[in-house]
Design a binder for this molecule. Sequence first.
Ligand code: GDP
Ligand code: MG
Length: 432
Amino acid sequence: MVDLGEGLRQAIAKLTRATIIDAKTIREFNKELQKTLLSADVEVRLVLNFTKAIEDKALKSKPPAGLNPKDYITNIVYEELVRLVGPTYLPELKKHRILLMGLYGSGKTTTAAKLAKFYQDRGLSAALVCCDVTRPAAYTQLETLAKQANVAFFGLETEKSAAKIIRLGMEKFRDKQVVICDTSGRNALDDPLIKELKEVAEQFNPDEKVLVVSADLGQVAGKQAREFDKAVKISGVILTKMDGSGKGGGALSASSAANARVMFIGMGEKLNNIEPFDSNKFIGGLLGIPDIASLIEHVQTAVKEANLKPEEMEAEELNFETFYSQLKAMGSMGPLKSIFGMMGAPDVPKETLEQGEEKLKKYKVIIASMTKEERKNERLLHDPKRIARIASGSGTSEKDVRSMISEFNKMKKLFGSIKNDRGFKKRFMNLS
Ligand code: GDP
Ligand code: MG
């Protein structure tokens, strides 16, 4: 079986070696992704949705300027993986009660102790209650773990009513901030277990009803989540044994698709082998990009800048040609007023604006009388003969032409100083 992360990394590497990225390369890429995801036990339906979304996104848009295709595609894959595995979970550090449920061997008892330690390490007093009344060794197991974690423990070794145990446990731990209840398991969810869990839940009134599932079940984790949810309503899932399981991605995506948010993941047998589910970290690990957050930021910045129409942003040097097209584009009073506003002078008197408009009109006809070379190379206009020709051609005076050139040079300086001001450019581009 191909490791999910390894498969994803290989597919991306192969794609980015391609010289052109077109529909055919994307489809081949998607085939690789499908193979990898299916072999990691991700549900067929999820796999197809996933690759379809990648195809749509990758073909619909081009990488924004300044972004290489590899980063772009990686980001698309990243976004879809986030959708596939669900969002990051932020544990609340407040008083609450957690009910853990799950089948035999899923890791409930271990997880109960891990959670108690997790919250205690973060400054909350934690307590464990053993409500597993089925397995003979359950009591001793949790008691031992509670000692290791240095948290309070309650249980009644021979009591058969889980509801009674939790009631007494609650009385005992009234002042504890986090109370965690471990329950009985089964080989499969059956009616007596459902009844028992419901009774415990009624006494306990938990803030979280959490299903503990082993990640090595792959997509079966999703099926379990749906079954438990239907029977006793769950608020989330903890996936254990994410260490050394190639099916982790399958379990995650299936749980997420079963509408059960993934809260924590267990990554080993030790008490500190648990962490809140962090989709960035998980996916960054899969894709072999530890710092995926900075890649995403890079992509988002590039996308934002691309929305500013890069071809306009990177406008060539200001010359009479570009000046002319800008003058034509401005045309009316509104934009000129806005431009003054943007330059930090919103209250330019009406007369000044009107004079400005007059001037701009004059400038337009003057530039219209220039040759192409003159528009592009302002130095040609140091020649008085050219100035005379332009003045008579445009029906203006030589003085008008000279003053236009000097204004233009002032603008050019101003343009140079604001050229690197993105905010200004954005506002400028939004004018038309
Ligand atoms: P329960 O029957 O649901 O209470 O499951 P247990 O907590 O007793 O765990 C069953 C087995 O799985 C034990 O051997 C645990 O040490 C092991 N286990 C639990 N969580 C993890 C984990 O995250 N990673 C690994 N590798 N083993 C785990
Ligand atoms: Mg147990």
